[in-house]
Design a protein around this ligand. Structure first.
Ligand code: HEC
Length: 232
């Protein structure tokens, strides 16, 4: 399931090449003038190349047959959390020592809306990215780090006019297509009955839970569940 980021890899390869060419051009230019300016000028060129213009706002778009066009720029979005081996059922022997991280991102416009109100605006888009957890590599002697390519990408979109429950889930199948999970899929029922805010798992997003508490936007189901957890 590693095909999706190919386009991302191509883009970043191109920008690294551009950065190298820019730095080289600056060094050549500077070496003809004052030697003392050489180092700062090189840094300036490198940092300008590493900070491209702010990405344009993302709005979900769909293909003719209802698939979502995947947001290829999600790695430039707001990072919310990483979960390691999260599961709602006990670990089975078949899983062996396989370990997986998930990383959650949300589009910046939705994030800023949430900071202001504790609620997700229409056109909010989340990406859940999975990557293998490794423990052997480089200088690492204990603990886990993320290794290798993307193993899976799932998307949660709020599009009030389009979906019956306002939200829908998609699985990224290729760089141009993410397929819709039907409303009967387990994604909808688990998120609806256990997620803290509007079918999203804000209880696991440490910077956002206090915002939801402040604006009193936690769902009744979540409040009931956490009250009964505390009573145990
Ligand atoms: C049994 C419960 C459960 C089921 C079933 C489930 N999820 Fe989730 N989902 C979670 C939890 C818990 C998180 C928080 C992950 C974290 O904190 O890293 C989450 C987070 C997500 C997110 C990040 C945004 C958000 O809504 O908080 C996406 C996207 C997502 N899940 C997609 C899916 C898809 C697609 C399916 C169905 C194929 C699915 N999930 C099924 C529990 C579930």
């Amino acid at each position: 399931m590693t095909r999706f980021p190919a386009i991302v890899r191509r883009i970043s390869k191109a920008s690294v090449c551009i950065a190298i060419v820019c730095v080289f051009a600056f060094m050549v230019g500077r070496s003809k003038t004052s030697g003392s300016l050489r180092v700062p000028a090189v840094f300036a060129a490198a940092s300008a190349a590493a900070n491209p213009a702010t990405p344009s706002p993302y709005a979900p778009s769909y293909t003719k047959n209802g698939d979502l066009v995947p947001p290829t720029q999600y790695r430039e979005w707001i990072y919310l959390t990483s979960g390691l081996d999260m599961s709602y059922t006990p670990r089975t022997a078949a899983q062996g020592d396989m370990s997986v991280f998930d990383n959650v991102f949300v589009n910046p416009e939705a994030y800023h809306g949430f900071l202001a109100t504790g609620q997700w605006p229409d056109k909010t888009v989340f990406v859940l990215e999975s990557r293998n957890a490794a423990n052997k590599g480089s200088i690492n002697k204990a603990g886990h780090f993320q290794s290798g390519g993307v193993q899976g990408l799932e998307i949660h979109v709020k599009d009030e006019a389009r979906f019956p429950g306002k939200w829908a889930f998609f699985d990224v199948a290729s760089e141009s297509k993410a397929t819709l999970f039907p409303q009967t899929a387990a994604c909808y029922s688990c998120h609806a009955s256990h997620a803290a805010v509007d079918t999203t798992f804000v209880q696991f997003y440490p910077t956002l839970l206090p915002i939801a508490q402040k604006h009193a936007t936690l769902s009744a189901a979540y409040l009931k569940e956490s009250a009964s957890d505390e009573a145990k």
